[in-house]
Ligand binder design. Structure first.
Ligand SMILES: C[S@@+](CC[C@H](N)C(=O)[O-])C[C@H]1O[C@@H](n2cnc3c(N)ncnc32)[C@H](O)[C@@H]1O
Length: 254
């Protein structure tokens, strides 16, 4: 009984302390959206963690029990270590230097977040560390560009896309892709369109989504008209065909 009482006092003061630290730490909407998809009680690996804001926030919010913050570059690695120390979370967040998933062991974590990079880099990190995905139940991926590459990788590797989000912050549009092991083709009904724009995002077609694709459509058309003036190399012809296909896809819903 007494133990429970002291535990309660300790938990309350810990919670208050955490609340104060969380107030100090204002996360971007982008990273807050990523955090919203981390299942409770996860053991997290945040790859390319930079300042380690995401694992610190996730711990203080009570979403995770512990985390690995992976970084390949010395500067961000130092910031991550300083941030974790400042937040008093060294016991729970282990900052490790390394390339992609090499910082974790198989069955060490249950959720992986990779945010703020291009889709090609995110897929190359996943591809390069496939053996480390054992025991991982959820991937939360936030590509700045090239989400299509991630959707393709998820299908090829039997991960089912279970949710998507799109947000606009400071004039930039970001997508968040959430996947779990399951039936990789389940969310798709029209692969050509949905690989490019996202099955869940297409279904919702919200304001940010429509803004992104009307902007992209103009971009595709501009590049296409430049390519029409350019030399007809194989590479240019291939790029042209891809752009024509993308413009057709976007016209289906805009
Ligand atoms: C633009 S920052 C994004 C930081 C943070 N994830 C966010 O979303 O705000 C990308 C970070 O990923 C790191 N990075 C790039 N390639 C990496 C790799 N292969 N393994 C680990 N970290 C990597 C970079 O050093 C950089 O700090």
């Amino acid at each position: 009984m007494q133990g429970t009482f002291f535990q309660l006092i300790m938990n309350t003061s810990k919670l208050r302390e955490c609340g104060e630290k969380m107030n100090e730490m204002k996360l971007s909407n982008r990273l807050e959206t990523v955090a919203a998809y981390i299942p409770e009680k996860s053991i997290l690996a945040d790859i390319g963690s930079d300042h380690a804001y995401l694992p610190c926030y996730a711990y203080l919010k009570g979403l995770i029990v512990k985390a690995v913050a992976g970084e390949i570059t010395d500067g961000p690695l130092k910031s991550a270590k300083e941030q974790v120390e400042k937040a008093g979370l060294k016991t729970y967040i282990d900052v490790r230097k390394g390339d992609g998933l090499e910082v974790i062991s198989p069955n060490e974590v249950t959720c992986i977040t990779i945010a703020g990079m291009g889709g090609s880099l995110i897929t190359s990190i996943l591809e390069g560390g496939k053996d480390k995905l054992e025991g991982v139940k959820r991937l939360v991926l936030q590509p700045n560009i090239g989400a299509k590459k991630i959707r393709e990788w998820l299908i090829e590797n039997n991960w089912e896309l279970i949710a998507e989000n799109i947000l606009d912050e400071d004039g930039k549009i970001y997508e968040v892709l959430v996947a779990e092991r399951g039936s990789a083709m389940r969310p798709y009904t029209n692969l050509r369109t949905e690989l490019l724009v996202g099955p869940f995002l297409l279904q919702e077609k919200n304001e940010v989504f429509l803004k992104k694709w009307s902007h992209e459509r103009k971009h595709f058309e501009r590049i296409l008209s430049q390519l029409e003036q350019a030399e007809k190399t194989d590479e240019n012809l291939q790029k042209k065909a891809e752009l024509i296909k993308n413009i057709e896809v976007v016209k289906e819903f805009l």
